[in-house]
Write a protein that binds this ligand. Structure first.
Ligand code: SF4
Length: 401
């Protein structure tokens, strides 16, 4: 049974294909790291040093910490690091990392809010009784305040500040709380504390025992879902910009290959040529269809007027004729309206429902595809189901994605 982690679970939730690349196929992507993650690592290391040294009664000065940060930055920086926001230079990111450390230092000096028990502390959480399902994590800093009161500290270098309700639902620190509760039997109160360094802001949350039990059950269910998964579709989102698997991801591989091409070379690419042509023909078709529809509508109106004028039902051309009829169309209440619901109920009451009700094959196909009913139930329908693969081609604007 693999050892799970919060980030492993989040990767699956974010994109099953990314999960497959990273944890099943174990694709090597050395060096392909986003600058944001790089900043996060360097700041974490610096704060780790601060507290580790404090445990040995050594208080680093701010210049000493910044020197440490700069040295680590230089030692680890490489040209493969991805900067998505092209307007910002590596130097600017270094300044940002320094600012995080400076603000934190000024805010908490002399760092005596709690006694540090451990930094970068590895914890293993048992999710089931037998201990078959284990999850590991690293607590940035575990602190001890008063008897029975513990603090789990987490440093965040994100550029967005989450709402309190989001933190109250956060899985990562709550899972760590389970480990602390298990490991320190005197723990009566465990505070979950996030340091949002970009905002020089501390946010806090707590969990009840019931919430922790529920979280354990949900996490276990997610792990079982992952283990039963056989298909790992790509899930495109904004986070793709930071995904190290873009060069091999079927959603981005072509674009990635184009990025290195010169403009002339780019336009000569077979894929680019095909899509440009496809877009052009689609647009041409749309225009032609609109023109033809308008022309037909206009002719229809003129034919009706002509027929009415000379009092006929049929008009003759050279090889064709046109018949004009008046038909009444029965209009019924739309689907999902209250009126439609009432109509359905009435028909059932009148015993006429079976005569007009039909199986909604579209809805059933959707349920089968999304495995929306229990496996056992779907199994009984198996002999009626045929799965046929088919290609579809969708045209979309690049900026929409
Ligand atoms: S680039 Fe996007 S869609 Fe592709 S694997 Fe990464 S996260 Fe998934």
């Amino acid at each position: 049974m693999p050892l799970y982690s919060h980030s492993r679970l989040s990767t699956f939730e974010q994109c099953p294909l990314k999960f497959k690349f990273r944890y099943i196929d174990k694709v090597e992507t050395e060096g392909a790291e986003g600058v944001e993650a790089f900043v996060g690592k360097r700041v974490h290391e610096t704060l780790e040093k601060l507290y580790k040294d404090l445990q040995m009664q050594k208080l680093n000065s701010l210049p000493a910490l910044l020197k440490f940060l700069n040295d680590e930055w230089k030692k680890n920086w490489n040209d493969e690091i991805i900067i998505v926001k092209q307007d910002y230079s590596p130097e600017l990111y270094l300044k940002l990392a320094e600012k995080f450390v400076i603000d934190y230092y000024h805010r908490y000096k002399p760092f005596n809010h709690s006694r540090t028990i451990a930094v970068e502390n590895r914890v293993v959480i048992k999710l089931d009784e037998k201990g078959e399902y284990l999850l590991q994590g690293y607590i940035d800093r575990l602190g001890y305040v008063d008897p029975g009161v513990y603090e789990i500290h987490d440093y965040k270098t994100n550029s967005s500040l989450p709402l309190q309700e989001y933190l109250d639902e956060d899985r990562q620190l709550a899972l760590y709380q389970l480990a602390v509760k298990e490991g320190y039997k005197d723990a009566q109160r465990i505070r979950l504390i996030w340091h949002f360094l970009a905002f020089d802001k501390e946010l806090e949350s707590t969990r009840t025992d019931e919430q922790l039990e529920q979280l354990k059950a949900e996490t276990l269910a997610l792990i079982k879902q992952i283990e039963a998964t056989t298909e790992f579709p790509a899930k495109v989102s904004k986070l793709c910009d930071w995904c190290e698997f873009r060069p091999i991801c079927p959603e981005w591989k072509h674009l990635y290959a184009l990025e290195d091409k010169e403009p002339e070379e780019y336009l000569e690419d077979d894929g680019v040529k095909l899509v440009n042509k496809y877009a052009k023909v689609t647009e041409k078709k749309r225009k032609l269809m609109t023109e033809l529809d308008n022309e037909l509508e206009d002719l229809k109106e003129r034919i009706i007027i002509f027929a009415e004028k000379i009092g006929v039902n049929v008009i003759f051309g050279s090889d064709n004729k046109v018949r004009i009829t008046i038909t009444d169309t029965v209009k019924l209440p739309y689907k999902n309206t209250e009126e439609r619901q009432e109509l359905n109920e009435l028909l059932k009451k009148l015993g006429k429902w079976e005569e007009v009700a039909e199986l909604d094959t579209f809805a059933l196909a959707k349920i089968i595809k999304n495995k929306g009913w229990p496996q056992q139930l779907l199994g009984q329908l198996k002999r009626f189901i045929k799965i046929e693969g088919s290609y579809r081609v969708y045209l979309g604007r690049i900026k929409e994605e």
